[in-house]
Write a protein of this length. Sequence first.
Length: 171
Amino acid sequence: MTYTDRSLALDGFNLNPPDLAVLDIKMPRMDGTRRSASRDDAAGASRCRYGEKCSMPISADLNEAFDKAVNELIAWDGGGDEPSVNFGGQSTLISAIAGLAERHNDTMPASVFWRMVGYANRPDHMMGASELSEDSSYSTGAWCLLQWVQNIKEQFGKSQAGRAGLPRGSA
């Protein structure tokens, strides 16, 4: 995979960790020399480690993918497979996008936040409403999105299992 800047590379590395990374010394916003230095930096303020919160702002591409992931979640009726969105030229599950965004503490754009609040306040999706009312960060939004994906999968799985035992034409 080829990345054009630091933010995309770090997000891509966390989504699909490479066995080997070749970093161009002239890569915009992150070159091989700076990456090596940041890796050895004890403070760690300039890098994102897997599973930790990230002090680096969310990349524009991840921001866009998260926005689309929220739209796909709202449109998903539970039928079929989990939706995916384009991220870094690849079709990526919305739960994977949420997993990447969950590490960022940036405030979500108001349009994304309010769409999520609207979804959270629907009678069948109340989980997440109180969390979003306290924190409009990508971290909280991503946590909510992951919970909603899991709930939809569980609900759809139960409805499919219930129909499996019915005679044909009864559903």
